[in-house]
Design a protein around this ligand. Structure first.
Ligand SMILES: NC(=O)c1ccc[n+]([C@@H]2O[C@H](COP(=O)([O-])OP(=O)(O)OC[C@H]3O[C@@H](n4cnc5c(N)ncnc54)[C@H](O)[C@@H]3O)[C@@H](O)[C@H]2O)c1
Length: 259
């Protein structure tokens, strides 16, 4: 299939669990892929494995100059940029608000929120030059409620929602759609590895057993939705938010035999 044959996609956090899944699928469907990440070893390895039509750029999403360089490299290599996936994200070490230091708060907001803002800012002119395109922001089900011990992360993902809606309004007339995805708990290093400064991974707190779809999400689950939102099938979808969580936000699926 070559649904994305004439497209160039920049995926931030493109070497991570979900990012690499998006990169591989988009490349397999014909897109040129630009893998933006601070993980130079993983990024260079993935680009080499994919070969033609794949490029790694070292991109720290919290740095504005890093963004201008990445967008310029994408346009230089492939002639245009048409899709941006703001996927890079980090979690805070679990802590009560009163025990959260300002540096931790600032770091999480810098990457998850400011990184998304800088991405839209840097990519919008390129997408406009290309005649239009699609921006997909990866938020979280944690951006739809509260989660004790995760205030910086929760606040950052709530804010990405407002940014998504505002960007959709500002860019709609330029034929640029902007949408958000809210994954539930997905099996990546994000949940199996502790956040910097902590020794407790999210996997320690969470079991999918009570929920309607009693398993962890897989990166491929999220990729399937992302491909839809990036494609012309979603031509009338903008400013929208898609929950993909196996029923996590529905609450527990009580079973008769346990009653
Ligand atoms: N895994 C989950 O359960 C889950 C749930 C909801 C939302 N999310 C969100 O999904 C997105 C992808 O997460 P994942 O599960 O693939 O995690 P992951 O840890 O596997 O990947 C995150 C990637 O982001 C990169 N990154 C970190 N800081 C960066 C920076 N400053 N600049 C550029 N890249 C940077 C990392 O190097 C890594 O490749 C994140 O935004 C995360 O918040 C994850």
């Amino acid at each position: 299939m070559s649904r994305f044959a004439d497209q160039t996609v920049l995926v931030t956090g493109g070497t991570g669990g979900q990012g690499a899944s998006h990169v591989r699928a988009l490349h397999a469907e014909g897109a040129n892929v630009v893998i933006g990440d601070i993980d130079a070893e993983g990024g260079a390895g993935l680009a080499a494995e994919l070969g033609a039509g794949a490029l790694f750029v070292r991109l720290d999403v919290s740095q504005e100059e890093s963004w201008s360089a990445a967008v310029a490299e994408a346009e230089k290599a492939f002639g245009a940029l048409t899709i941006l996936v703001n996927n890079a994200g980090v979690q805070n070490p679990p802590a009560l608000i009163e025990s959260t230091d300002r540096a931790t708060w600032a770091r999480i907001l810098d990457i998850n929120l400011t990184g998304t803002f800088l991405g839209i800012k840097a990519a919008a002119p390129a997408l406009r030059r290309a005649g239009g395109g699609s921006i997909i922001n990866i938020a979280s089900t944690m951006g739809l409620g509260g989660t004790a011990l995760y205030a910086p992360y929760v606040a950052s993902k709530w804010a990405v929602r407002g940014l998504t809606r505002t960007a959709a309004l500002e860019l709609g007339r330029d034929n640029i759609r902007v949408n958000a995805i809210h994954p539930g708990v997905v099996a990546t290093a994000f949940i199996t590895e502790p956040a910097a400064g902590s020794d407790a991974p999210i996997a320690d707190f969470y079991s999918p057993e009570p929920f309607a779809v009693p398993r962890l999400g897989q990166p491929a689950d999220i990729t399937a939705l992302l491909l839809f939102l990036a494609s012309p099938h979603a031509a009338f979808v903008t400013g929208a938010e898609y929950v993909i969580d196996g029923g996590l936000l529905l609450g527990p699926a009580l079973q008769k035999e346990a009653a």
